[in-house]
Design a protein around this ligand. Structure first.
Ligand code: PHE
Length: 389
């Protein structure tokens, strides 16, 4: 069997479930944004924005996608005259997929370069390591895609443009319980990853409230590559579905090794599965899997279709959700600088906080009082198990 092309994975399903999902009372959170700041940042004719991304390391596609989305906005903005009469300069630093490196490079961006605002990271653990530095320096930060609830609790300069994991965990639970009609779940989570631990917790909480049962819970650590012991224990508990709230590298290996152990039940993950590498690594084993995500390339809204087209023209690839969220985060930052009429930290922070009904690629974005964004989710599926459609 041939691996499914990513486009087919994304396009085939997606639509399905955007759905009911937005209606839950928890609805959500996540939010937006970015921002600006004080400091030196750019001289008279430029405004410097810092970006910290995992361009290398275990989650390298997260950083490269973020960078592509951010670069596209910056180039479009500069081509149309810039902001407040100035050109935007994006200063990009690699976190190497490590939290300590995230803290180091963000300190550098703020104290050495004097950036007015910071965009990043994707992974919640790395964002949590760097956000306090932005907060204490009064430099607005917008994470495009970190979903752990704790991120924006760091302080009033910290924003996001995505939903949060209490919402995402509930979306996954409702999909499993109500759409797939499965009641016995196993969880295999990355204990070194705050996102994974949080999402596992929120999924279990919602699933149990609905009457579902978590029959076994197993753990691994980012960077592991042999999951046979955990999968054997999971198989013995006879679950109807296996939830893997981790990142794409390990998730794809887990599914692959699960199929090798003759585990036939579906696997499901969250947004951390979002990478072209998922199918490259997992191949045909990814049939019969699902994951929750932030957007679908098959969304017919013009803002989505324009973005997909522009992205494809520039990079010759289909944008993943991280690229879309990064595009939205930087676009919102540009909009906030314009509305603030300034890159002064408090003014920019207030303008970001006032973002309302922004027509983003990843959905309509309003920043709420907790600096999160209320958004809907989609569920993407692959393989023969697309019965929800
Ligand atoms: N939400 C994940 C986290 O907080 C990161 C992520 C977002 C990964 C979107 C893929 C796509 O760690």
């Amino acid at each position: 069997m041939q691996p499914l092309p990513l486009d087919s994975y994304l396009n085939r399903f997606s639509t399905a479930i955007r759905a009911c999902l937005g209606l839950h009372p928890l609805v959500a959170l996540c939010g937006i944004l970015l921002l600006a700041g004080c400091g030196g940042g750019g001289g008279d004719n430029t405004i410097q924005i810092g970006e910290y991304s995992s361009l290398t390391g275990t989650a390298a596609t997260f950083g490269t996608s973020t960078h592509k989305g951010a670069t596209l906005v910056m180039q479009e903005t500069n081509a149309s005259g810039g902001v407040l009469g100035k050109q935007i300069k994006l200063l990009t630093e690699d976190t190497q997929s490590k939290p300590e490196e995230a803290a180091t490079v963000v300190t550098k961006l703020i104290t050495r370069d004097g950036v007015k605002a910071v965009v990043g990271e994707v992974a919640s653990g790395r964002t949590l390591a760097a956000a306090p530095i932005c907060q204490s320096n009064g430099v607005p930060m917008i994470t495009p895609s970190s979903t752990n609830p704790k991120v924006t609790q760091v302080g009033d300069y910290i924003f996001r443009v995505c939903f949060t994991d209490d919402f995402q965990g509930d979306v996954i639970a409702r999909f499993v319980h109500n759409s797939l009609n499965l009641k016995r779940a196993a969880i295999l989570k990355d204990v070194k990853n705050e996102y994974s631990v949080g999402l596992a917790h929120y999924f279990a909480q919602s699933f149990k409230q609905m009457g579902g049962e978590v029959v076994v819970e197993q753990a691994y650590s980012e960077g592991d590559n042999d999951f046979k012991a955990q999968l054997t224990a999971i198989k013995a508990a006879d679950p109807e579905i296996i939830i893997v709230p981790g990142y794409y590298n390990e998730a794809a290996l887990i599914v692959k090794q699960g199929r090798e152990l003759n585990i036939k039940v579906p696997f499901m993950g969250g947004d951390g599965w979002d990478s072209a590498k998922l199918l490259e690594i997992g191949g045909a084993s990814m049939e019969g899997t699902y994951y929750a995500n932030h957007y679908s390339t098959s969304d017919p809204r013009p803002v989505v279709q324009n973005f997909v087209k522009k992205f494809h023209e520039k990079y010759n690839e289909t944008p993943d959700a991280i690229a879309a969220l990064s595009y939205d985060a930087v676009s919102i930052l540009m909009d906030a600088i314009r509305r603030a009429g300034s890159t002064d930290g408090p003014k920019l922070r207030d303008a970001i906080a006032a973002t309302k009904d922004f027509d983003g690629v990843s959905g309509t974005i309003t920043i709420d009082n907790n600096r999160n964004a209320s958004k809907s989710a989609v569920v993407l599926a692959s393989g023969p198990d697309d019965r929800q459609e």
